[in-house]
Design a protein around this ligand. Structure first.
Ligand code: FAD
Length: 516
């Protein structure tokens, strides 16, 4: 499509505008929409596109209130639309209020910055300038008062009211309000530091700070490492009873059944389990590969690369690593330009040769169990396997920084059954795999791309309500991994993230429970 040919792709969380969808998306829509009119050949647009993508990721939770869109005015088929909106220079950004009229040309929106936070604040200013009708999904953004709070639980059926005390110039309260708009059982309001009654009543001395008010009348300070937007949003989304709207209520862990008659296996949520890794190998080698009766050409190269990194780095039990080594040796010895899956399967299953060589049959998911059979499992295991392999390669002092990631890319490209996943992953690899130049950067690359995927999938139908997609690891899991820049923007502290990953995925921390 034209959108694909332009500066953005389907994975960018932006609505691609075209003559076909411009009306339904911009006119009389229930959400406000920010639109970038660009030309794919324009240097400023090219320079701005990563900023716009970052903005889209940053405010993806705000979509029901304000969505982001883009249209390539250089594409022949889009010219009429761009002319109709009076676009003469690129990029031009326009803000369309919710319920914009058919003749609306949008309001001008200053984009003269590459700072995501400045753009985000301008979006809030625009939202606040909304005349009636207000976008229905957008919660109130104005400061609250003692009177509203006193009667809050009479009119609002939520468990928690989060009050963010802040100075009038701060945007944090409004940002967190919007970050939580797709979550049930929690409401967020900002309270200005000048609201003396409440400030005195609670003894608030720090601005910003966040207090939870419950229906029982109790106020408690929300505990966070740093008083900043990202920390409030993480903490509020994780409160008991808070969940994404429209999701079935999660069943308490322990009583969850996975509907396959198998009893739920209790597990430690902050550990990696060998049972998941072995199940992933089983599924990949015996189920996914079996779909290819003959493996040749690029697929055969992919298979060789994959099995070679498994043989080198899989930190398994001796029976399993022996098997991977013989499989690898066999594959390297095949001189023809194709192999049959059946021949490979014989090596996999022929344990008679050597009784110390075997890949256990069947799937035994533990940390990758899903609350329903269609949740988690194999893709969860695939991610875990590759995180483990990048970490092992670094521990083992591998020589090629891209070895594991290239093998993953090839495997996913040639064999991963989720074809949409494979396409998305290929886009990311194409975009930035070249940046990987050390074994450490390989570990971090996979972590940050996985978070990119988590960001895109948060709230998707495929998300297990018991395992919400968050930017990982949460501050609870790794406090040191999170920090803020001078301007209060969230920043990953990479010098802390790397050792966290090295330890989390290291062979010595992998648990052997639930192996047969
Ligand atoms: P997963 O995302 O599978 O993560 C598994 C475990 O890894 C988590 O439980 C957590 O312990 C840990 N973890 C989470 N984030 C990180 C991180 N950043 N770094 C290190 N460890 C982390 N699904 C789609 O719908 N669309 C797609 O485009 C898509 N692309 C995919 C591409 C690949 C290469 C893979 C392997 C999977 C893809 N999936 C896609 C599936 C999706 O990413 C999840 O795997 C699936 O929804 C199951 O989610 P989960 O809750 O088990 O967590």
């Amino acid at each position: 499509s034209a959108a694909e040919a332009g500066l953005y792709t389907a994975t960018d969380q932006l609505l691609p505008l075209s003559p076909d969808n411009v009306e339904p998306l911009l006119i009389n829509s229930t959400a406000a929409v920010l639109v970038e009119f660009y030309a794919s050949w324009c240097g400023h647009c090219i320079a701005f596109s990563p900023v716009y993508k970052r903005l889209a990721r940053d405010i993806k939770e705000w979509k029901p209130a304000v969505d982001l869109a883009a249209i390539d005015c250089a594409a022949e088929e889009n010219r009429k639309v761009c002319t109709a909106f009076g676009i003469k220079a690129y990029p031009t950004i326009k803000f369309f209020h919710a319920y914009s009229k058919a003749d609306s040309k949008g309001q001008s929106f200053r984009a003269s910055t590459h700072e995501v936070w400045v753009l985000r604040h301008r979006i809030i200013d625009k939202l606040e300038s909304h005349e009636e009708p207000w976008p229905p999904a957008c919660p109130p953004l104005e400061p609250t008062s003692q009177a509203e709070i006193d009667s809050f639980f009479e009119t609002n059926n939520v468990q928690h009211l989060a009050l963010i005390f802040e100075d009038a110039t701060s945007y944090i309260g409004r940002e967190v309000t919007l970050d939580l708009l797709q979550f049930e059982n929690v409401a967020v309001r900002r309270v200005l530091s000048t609201e003396e009654g409440l400030v005195t009543k609670l003894g608030v001395t720090e601005f910003p700070s966040c207090y939870l008010y419950s229906a029982g009348g109790n106020f408690t300070r929300l505990k966070v490492n740093i008083e900043a937007r990202a920390f409030y949003s993480y903490a509020l989304q994780a409160l008991p009873g808070v969940r994404r709207s429209g999701k079935p209520p999660p069943v308490a862990a322990g009583v969850v059944t996975n509907h396959t008659q198998e009893p739920w296996k209790p597990f430690n949520r902050s550990r990696v389990y060998m049972a998941d890794l072995e199940s992933t190998l089983h599924y990949s080698l015996r189920v996914e590969l079996a779909a290819h009766t003959v493996i040749k050409g690029g697929a055969l190269t992919s298979l060789r690369e994959y099995v070679s990194v498994l043989a080198k780095y899989f930190p398994g039990r001796p029976v399993v690593t022996n098997l991977l080594k013989s499989l690898n040796a066999w594959l390297q010895n095949q001189t023809g330009d194709e192999i049959s899956y059946e021949a490979l399967r014989e090596i996999l299953d022929n344990t008679a040769q050597s009784p110390n060589t075997a890949l256990p049959e069947g799937e035994r998911w533990v940390a990758c169990q899903g609350s329903q059979p269609h949740f988690r499992r194999y893709p969860c295991g695939m991610w875990s396997l590759f995180h483990v392999l990048t970490v092992q390669a670094k521990d083992a002092g591998g020589t090629d920084p891209k070895e594991v990631l290239s093998a993953m890319r090839s495997y996913v490209h040639s064999f991963f059954g989720c074809r949409a996943c494979a396409e998305h992953f290929e886009v990311m690899a194409e975009e930035s795999l070249v940046e990987v130049d050390t074994l450490s950067s390989a570990v971090l690359w996979l972590w940050s791309r996985h978070n990119r995927v988590n960001n895109r999938l948060a709230g998707a139908l495929s998300e297990d309500p018991n395992f919400p997609k968050v930017q990982w690891p949460s501050p609870e899991m790794c406090p040191g991994c999170h920090s803020v820049k001078d301007n209060g923007e969230h920043r990953w502290s990479q010098p802390q993230v790397l050792p966290f990953l090295m330890s989390y995925f290291s062979s010595s921390s992998i648990l052997a429970d639930h192996l047969e």
